[in-house]
Design a protein around this ligand. Structure first.
Ligand SMILES: O=P(O)(O)OC[C@H]1O[C@H](OP(=O)(O)OP(=O)(O)O)[C@H](O)[C@@H]1O
Ligand SMILES: NC(=O)CC[C@H](N)C(=O)O
Ligand code: SF4
Ligand SMILES: [Mg+2]
Length: 482
C-alpha cells in the first residue's frame, strides 16, 4: 500500500494494461491478454471497445475469469479497437467506481484510458481541478488524466493528452483510445513501469494488428510477436496511418523499476531486453556466491522464489527440491484488509512437503521480505516438517521504504527491514541464518558492474530511499481520497 491510499494492511501488487488496434474481436483478444496479466492485479478488470461508431464497456470487481469468463461478455463488446486493465489499487480503494479503464465523453468525442503506475502529485492536481469545478467520480489518481484533458486549452486530442501528461508527476504506463487518433500508448519520462509493442502476424501488409501491453507474456498468449519496448517518455499513436512516435519529454534516461525483475513480472516475460526468468536465476546464483551455507536442500518459496532458487541450487551444487507446495487456487496476494485474514491466507497458500524436508538442513529462497508474514509462516511450517536447520536467502536487498510509483507496499513502520536489524529479523522469522543479496550482486545479475554503474538505469527506492521522482503529495500531506 502506498501512503496515499487508505491504511489497509495489504501486500503489494500493481496493474496490467492491454490495448489492441485493427483486429476483429479486439475485446476477446484483450480478455486473453488480461488473463496472462492476472499476476499484476487481482482486484478488478475492465475492457472498453470501439466499433467505429460507439464505445462499449464492461468492468467488474474480481479476477479476469470472474469478469470475462463468459464469452458472451466480450461478444457484447464489438469493434476492432479495445483497451483493458487489471487493477490492484494504489490510490483509491476497491470500489466499482475505481475500476479501470476510465471512459469520458468530451466535446471532441469519447476517450478511454488505462493506467499502470501511481502519480505522486494526483492529490495536488485534484485539489486545483476541483476548485475549477471538475467533478470527480472516483478516488483514484488515474482520473486526473481525464480532467486535465478536459480542461486543456489545446485543440487536438493529442495536444491535450500531451498537455495533461506534462502536468502529472509519478509513474505511468498509459493506454488511451479515441475514435480519431486510435490507440495512444505512453510511458512516463523515466519509464518506471513497463510497456511493450507487439504485432499479430498476418497484418504486416496493412496497418492493423498492433498490440500495446505491460508484459511480453500477454503478447505470447495471443500469438503476437514482440516488436520493441516503448521507450521512457515516448508516446506512440497507432491508427489507419500506421504507427507514429513522439517524444515530448526528450530523452531523460530510464529508471525502470528493479522490482519488476525481482518479483512483479511473470518469469516468462522479457523486460527491456532481459528475460525475467534468466535474471532471477542470475540473482540466485549471485546470492549463492555471496551467502553460501552448508545445507542438504534448496527450497523455493513459491511462486516467485522458484527461478532464483534454481539459480542458487545450480551455483551451490546443492539439490533443488520443491519442499513447499503452493495451492494453485489461492491467488498471488491476499487483498483482505486485516493481518489476521492475511495470516490465514499464507497458511492456505503454502504447505510443507514433509518427505523432502524431514531431517534436512534447508535453504529457503524467496524474493522479498515485506512484513515478514510469509517468511514467519513458511519457516514454522518447514521446522514442523522436521527440518534440522533453516536458512533464509532473499533475492532483493532489504525493503526499507514504501513505493510511491505503483506498487502497493505498506508504510515504513510496517516494513520489517525498516524496524529490525538483520539479526532481529532472523530471530523474528525464526531462521538459523538470514541473508539478502547485496546491491552490487543484484546489479551484476542485471548485467552491470555494480550498483554505482547500474543504478542510473533503475529505480531501487524501496531498498535505498533514493526516489527518482518527487513525492509532491507526500511532502504536502495530501491524499486523493478513499
Ligand atoms: O513479507 P510479506 O509481507 O509476507 O511479503 C513477501 C512475500 O509476498 C510475495 O509473495 P506473493 O504471495 O505476493 O506472490 P508469489 O506467489 O508470486 O510469490 C513475495 O514473493 C514474498 O513471498
Ligand atoms: N497499481 C496500479 O498501477 C494502479 C493504477 C492506479 N494508480 C489505481 O490505483 O488504480
Ligand atoms: S520504489 Fe521499488 S517497487 Fe517502487 S518503482 Fe522503485 S524499485 Fe519499483
Ligand atoms: Mg512469494
Amino acid at each position: 500500500m502506498s501512503p496515499q491510499s487508505e491504511p489497509l494492511n495489504r501486500p503489494y501488487e500493481e496493474c496490467g494494461v492491454f490495448g489492441v488496434w485493427g483486429v476483429p474481436n479486439a475485446s476477446a483478444l484483450t480478455a486473453l491478454g488480461l488473463h496472462s496479466l492476472q499476476h499484476r492485479g487481482q482486484e478488478a478488470a475492465g475492457i472498453i471497445s470501439y466499433d467505429n461508431q460507439r464505445f462499449h464497456q464492461h468492468k467488474g470487481l474480481g479476477l479476469v475469469g470472474d469478469v470475462f469468463g463468459d464469452s458472451r461478455v466480450t461478444a457484447a463488446l464489438p469493434g476492432s479497437m479495445a483497451i483493458g486493465h487489471n487493477r490492484y489499487a494504489t490510490t483509491g480503494g476497491t470500489h466499482v467506481r475505481n475500476v479501470q479503464p476510465f471512459y469520458a465523453d468530451y466535446a471532441f468525442g469519447g476517450l478511454g484510458v488505462a493506467h499502470n503506475g501511481n502519480l505522486t502529485n494526483a492529490a495536488t492536481l485534484k485539489k486545483a481541478l476541483v476548485k475549477r469545478g471538475c467533478i470527480f467520480h472516483s478516488s483514484t489518481d488515474t482520473e486526473v488524466f481525464i480532467h486535465l484533458i478536459a480542461v486543456s486549452l489545446y485543440s487536438t486530442v493529442l495536444d491535450r493528452f500531451i498537455d495533461a501528461v506534462k502536468q502529472v508527476k509519478g509513474a505511468y504506463s498509459l493506454i488511451t483510445m479515441t475514435p480519431d487518433d486510435g490507440l495512444i500508448g505512453m510511458r512516463d519520462p523515466l519509464g518506471v513501469r513497463p510497456l511493450v509493442l507487439g504485432r499479430i502476424p498476418g497484418y504486416e501488409e496493412g496497418n492493423g494488428g498492433w498490440v500495446l501491453t505491460s508484459e511480453t507474456c500477454a503478447l505470447d498468449i495471443i500469438g503476437a510477436d514482440y516488436v520493441r519496448d516503448i521507450e521512457p517518455g515516448e508516446i506512440v499513436v497507432i491508427n489507419e496511418n500506421g504507427i507514429r512516435s513522439l517524444r515530448p519529454f526528450g530523452d531523460q534516461g530510464g529508471r525502470f523499476c528493479v522490482f519488476e525483475y525481482i518479483y512483479f513480472a511473470r518469469p516468462d516475460s522479457v523486460l527491456e531486453g532481459q528475460a525475467v526468468y534468466e535474471t532471477r536465476k542470475r540473482i540466485g546464483a549471485e546470492l549463492a556466491r555471496e551467502s553460501a551455507v552448508d545445507a542438504d536442500v534448496i527450497v523455493p518459496v513459491p511462486d516467485s522464489g522458484v527461478p532464483s532458487a534454481i539459480g542458487y541450487a545450480e551455483e551451490s551444487g546443492i539439490p533443488f527440491e520443491l519442499g513447499i507446495i503452493r495451492n494453485h487456487y489461492v491467488g498471488r496476494t491476499f487483498i483482505e484488509p486485516t493481518d489476521q485474514i492475511r495470516n490465514l491466507g499464507v497458511k492456505m497458500k503454502h504447505s510443507a512437503n514433509r518427505p523432502v524436508l524431514a531431517g534436512k538442513r534447508v535453504v529457503l529462497v524467496d524474493d522479498s521480505i515485506v512484513r515478514g508474514t510469509t517468511s514467519r509462516k513458511i519457516v514454522d511450517m518447514v521446522r514442523a516438517a522436521g527440518a534440522t536447520e533453516v536458512h533464509m536467502r532473499i533475492t532483493s536487498p532489504p525493503t526499507r521504504h514504501p513505493c510511491f510509483y505503483g506498487i502497493d507496499t505498506p508504510e515504513e513502520n510496517k516494513l520489517m527491514a525498516a524496524t529490525h536489524t538483520l539479526e532481529q529479523m532472523a530471530e523474528a522469522i525464526g531462521v538459523d541464518s538470514l541473508a539478502f543479496v547485496s546491491f552490487d550482486g543484484l546489479y551484476r545479475a542485471l548485467g552491470h558492474e555494480n550498483r554505482a554503474e547500474g543504478s542510473r538505469r533503475y529505480c531501487d527506492a524501496c531498498f535505498t530511499g533514493d526516489y527518482p521522482i518527487s513525492l509532491v503529495d507526500k511532502e504536502g500531506n495530501l491524499v486523493v481520497g478513499e
